[in-house]
Design a protein around this ligand. Structure first.
Ligand code: SF4
Ligand code: SF4
Length: 244
């Protein structure tokens, strides 16, 4: 419902001149100013790295930080392997699922003759991995989609303030941080006692067409049923009825 401003002419001159209200507002502001200047800290406010004594509850970020709840999704980080390289295998799943389209990846390949066995077994890696933190809506879908546990939002950090937009575009040197992560299922963690399988390794697509492939038709199902054959000389196309 629309609000109607009162046009009541009975409002006295004191209110219509605004001067007393103006002075009252100034008095309140001055009172808070001196209280904050000489008062003591508001001990109920949970703020990390709080500096000085003040009753101000406003957090002077980034010098002061609030305590984040346990489920808070912090700034992204690219998770490093034990050797300091990113766990990311440049599969593009995070970039594909990102609803804000703020992840940009370029993939490169490790050289087959690479001396590092860790690099040989995973083949691909990101030559570029960029997240535009200004466009990110902090939904966490990239973390959920990653099959290699290569991207996490466990830094408990807010995006730091910057003076220009380019500062919010995080690349690999900015993203790659935090403790390294290793899983037993990582391909480079194969045990020394692992043995080669007895069969020769073949790529899946090369197995198509191998062996005798018998397609089952409705006529061939069941023992002793042969596909029906047409009498010799009979055309296989259906015949049209003769014109009357
Ligand atoms: S948190 Fe969401 S919006 Fe941000 S990069 Fe990940 S998928 Fe994209
Ligand atoms: S961070 Fe994970 S999902 Fe994204 S490209 Fe790398 S491996 Fe794939």
């Amino acid at each position: 419902m629309a609000y109607k401003a009162t046009q009541d002419p009975r409002t006295d001159i004191r209110e219509r001149s605004y001067v007393p209200e103006l002075l009252r507002g100034l008095a309140i502001t001055t009172k808070h100013f001196f209280r904050n200047l000489f008062g003591t800290r508001d001990t109920n406010t949970e703020v990390v790295d709080r500096k000085g004594t003040s009753l101000v509850t406003t957090v002077s970020y980034p010098e002061e930080k609030p305590v984040y709840p346990p489920g808070y999704r912090g700034l992204h980080r690219l998770v490093p392997r034990e050797d300091g390289k990113p766990r990311c295998v440049a599969c593009y799943m995070c970039a594909t699922i990102c609803p804000a389209q703020c992840i940009y990846i370029e993939a490169g390949e490790y050289a087959p003759e690479s001396e590092e066995s860790q690099s040989r077994v995973i083949e691909k890696y990101p030559t570029q991995f960029v997240i535009d933190e200004l466009r990110c809506i902090v939904c966490g879908l990239c973390v959920e989609a990653c099959p290699k546990d290569a991207i996490r939002m466990d830094t408990y950090e807010h995006t730091k303030p910057e003076y220009n937009r380019q500062g919010f575009v995080f690349d690999i040197p900015k993203l790659l941080k935090g403790p390294p992560v290793s899983h037993p299922s990582d391909p480079w963690n194969k045990r020394e006692s692992s043995q080669e399988p007895h069969h020769a390794h073949k790529e899946a697509h090369t197995r198509i067409g191998e062996g005798l492939v018998q397609l089952k038709t409705p006529h061939s199902v069941g023992a002793g049923h042969e596909p029906p054959t047409l009498p010799s000389g009979e055309a296989s196309e259906p015949r049209l009825p003769a014109p009357k």
